[in-house]
Design a protein. Structure first.
Lengths: 87, 581
């Protein structure tokens, strides 16, 4: 199950949405989200949630972190495969 | 494997995950070992502990090491793990997780009943069109066009209102205070009126533009569409050989280049990171918007929204072309880093949420106006106040004969072939390196000093000024309401009315017409392209230095300047040649 998730992500040439992945693998979306988190815990997938981008150098910015910056609201949570990892 | 173990597995009953014959047999084997140790089996359920041992749970290993016979159990676990590794050729803990989630999936499919299936189905139905590989891009472009049409149409009446308030009542009040305190007709008056109010006020005029834009974007974000827009953009990235994940920093670049450069950290490959970092500044950040709105309103008043929209699209297209060229030359790679995106379900945004997000961004712009832009405006004022060549005195010299005027005049010939060779324009492009919106505040200051417009009516009373502010706000609101139907082509505005043009707009039109030999519209468009493409602001350069290194920062400084110059030159000269406008 987890291996098939990684295989599907690896074989995709473009970004996949969780819904698309759910349809392709015929897995319930909620269950798939749990599986993705398990893959993250196991070090097979990485979350790119931009929480560790560091302090913003814009002096007028009161947030001091890009992740909480109003200008960065386009940031979308993504998961990417950590290379040379196999389930 | 003993017969006893096998029987135990086949007789297993109750609610339990089936991990498959091989793993279950090893679980049972370990359960027998655990049951032999009563002090352990009393404390932990045998099956749970056996699974944890096979998953190599560090916490459990540590706890067992404190028991007298724990080591024997750990040795048995090692044997089981070796045996399973030979069978599966992989980590046993991942096999266990795989089986567990397979079982969960089956369970969910069989028993889970969705409580809100309609909403999920609606999201899926909308996504069929919105993320469709053929319809996705046209839908995205159409929505972006509506955003910019809404932004320019809705904001214009308020923009004029704020400018009239700043140039009227606020300037009157400041003059009054200066008169009372004895600073009237001194350099302090010039600093306050031309430096602070002219510079900061010149940029605060654009607050309604930001409010309108951020409201429209907040609506799209909160509705769940913006994530789809980014998802669709990913496919465009792949078409030109860019890394799919590059789209996230590039889309962030529409807000501000600095966090966008930081967002490149999420790209694993350093070459992808550098390539994306070099393309980010081509995205039109929010700071360029006042320049676009000002010049589009001056030279393309009928199609201002469309022109602003095209500036954003041109930025994307140029980034894609440059990305493609760099990918084929300096950044060759065939490595692919696939990924998954979370797309939120569609929902109807609330006004409160839209307003919070709008204000969060707008207040950031206002803070910048009172810090960075104020500092830059005061500095520009000082440079404008210091005479060179003995013409005039401090604070009372013709702008062209000030330090600022002289430095700008040296750079001006460089821009003459692009149609905007006036010293004021070249000066604004120099100060624009400290922040792109400062181009507008500098133009406002310089043209303000040169302005020959009649003096403000300083005789109006405080109450009359307040009355003017309130009534003109009402008129602006009424005009805004009338402009909303124009987004769908219904024009309710009385076009026969005399439109009172802002003084800055008049000055820009006259100066650009003069510097381009009567091709002001073409020169204005070339100037917008130049501002879109030329050297990033100083904070972005700092981020480039930090994230990409000095070499790439210098490439960005000179490379972007060269690209901006060439494209603006081609547009202006070709426009004249083919008599476009």
């Amino acid at each position: 199950m987890l291996q098939s998730i990684l295989n599907t992500i690896n074989s995709s040439k473009t970004a996949l949405s969780v819904s698309e992945l759910s349809r392709k693998l015929d897995i319930e979306e909620n269950a798939l989200e749990g599986m993705i988190m398990q893959l993250v815990r196991m070090g097979k997938l990485k979350i790119n949630d931009y929480a560790d981008l560091g302090a913003c150098p814009i002096s007028s910015c009161s947030k001091h972190e890009c992740s909480s910056c109003g200008q960065s609201r386009f940031l979308i949570k993504t998961y990417s495969v950590i290379k040379s990892q196999k389930v | 494997m003993t017969t006893q173990h096998h029987l135990a597995y086949t007789r297993r009953e109750g609610f339990a995950v089936d991990y498959g014959r091989e793993i279950e047999e090893e679980i049972v084997k370990l359960q027998f070992e655990i049951d032999k140790n009563t002090d352990i089996s009393r404390k932990y359920p045998a099956r749970w502990l056996a699974i944890k041992l096979l998953e190599q749970d560090e916490d459990v290993y540590e706890k067992l090491s404190h028991y007298s016979n724990g080591k024997v159990l750990l040795e048995s676990t090692r044997e089981s793990l070796d045996h399973l590794s030979i069978i599966f050729g992989d980590d046993v803990d991942t096999i266990i997780a795989d089986r567990r989630y397979g079982w969960i999936n089956g369970l969910v499919k069989e028993f889970v009943k969705k409580t809100r299936p309609d909403r999920i189905n609606t999201s899926d139905q909308i996504d069929k069109f919105v993320t469709n590989q053929f319809l996705g891009i046209p839908i995205f472009l159409a929505l972006m066009w509506v955003v910019f049409k809404f932004t320019t149409d809705v904001a214009t009446p308020y923009l004029t209102w704020i400018e009239n308030v700043i140039n009227g009542p606020i300037t009157n009040w400041a003059s009054g205070i200066l008169g009372v305190t004895g600073f009237s007709s001194t350099w302090v008056e010039s600093l306050l009126l031309d430096g602070v109010i002219g510079g900061v006020g010149g940029i605060l005029v654009f607050v309604p533009v930001f409010i309108a834009l951020y409201m429209a974007l907040a609506f799209l974000e909160d509705s769940g569409y913006m994530a789809r827009g980014a998802f669709v953009m990913d496919r465009v990235m792949h078409l030109v050989g860019l890394h799919g994940k590059s789209f996230v920093p590039l889309v962030v670049g529409f807000g501000c280049t600095v966090p966008a450069l930081y967002a490149t950290r999420t790209l694993e490959n350093p070459r992808d990171r550098i390539l994306t970092g070099l393309l980010v500044p081509f995205m039109s950040c929010g700071a360029r918007l006042p320049v676009y709105v000002l010049f589009a309103s001056v030279f393309f008043p009928e199609n201002a929204g469309m022109v602003v929209f095209w500036m954003y699209i041109i930025g994307i297209l140029i980034a894609l072309v440059i990305g493609l060229l760099l990918r084929k030359t300096m950044f060759k790679t065939k490595e692919v880093f696939p990924f998954v995106m979370e797309l939120p379900p569609y929902r109807m945004p609330t006004f409160k949420s839209i307003w919070i997000h709008t204000w969060e961004r707008t207040s950031s712009f206002i803070r910048k106006a009172w810090t960075v832009i104020l500092a830059a405006s005061v500095l520009v004022w000082f440079l404008l106040a210091i005479p060179v060549g003995g013409k005039g005195s401090f604070g009372n010299t013709p702008a062209q004969h000030s330090i600022f005027g002289k430095i700008s005049s040296v750079a001006a010939p460089l821009f003459a072939p692009l149609g905007f060779g006036g010293w004021e324009t070249s000066g604004s492009l120099i100060t624009g390196i400290s922040g792109k919106e400062i181009i507008v505040s500098t133009l406002s200051q310089v043209y303000g000093l040169e302005s020959t417009l009649p003096e403000n009516d300083v005789t109006s009373s405080f109450v009359e000024d307040l009355k003017y502010i309130i009534t003109s706000f009402g008129t602006a609101t009424l005009d805004t309401v009338k402009t909303i139907p124009s987004i769908v082509g219904v024009d309710l505005l009385d076009n026969d009315e005399d439109v009172v043009e802002a003084s800055l707009m008049t000055a820009v039109r006259e100066k650009f017409n003069a510097s381009s030999g009567g091709h002001g519209k073409l020169a204005g468009f070339a100037f917008m392209l130049f501002v879109l493409l030329y050297t990033p602001c100083i904070v972005s350069l700092g981020a480039e230095y930090q994230e990409l290194g000095a070499k790439w920062m210098w490439l960005s400084i000179f490379g972007q300047f060269l690209i901006a110059w060439i494209i603006s030159f081609v547009v202006f000269q070709a426009g004249i040649l083919f008599a476009v406008v």
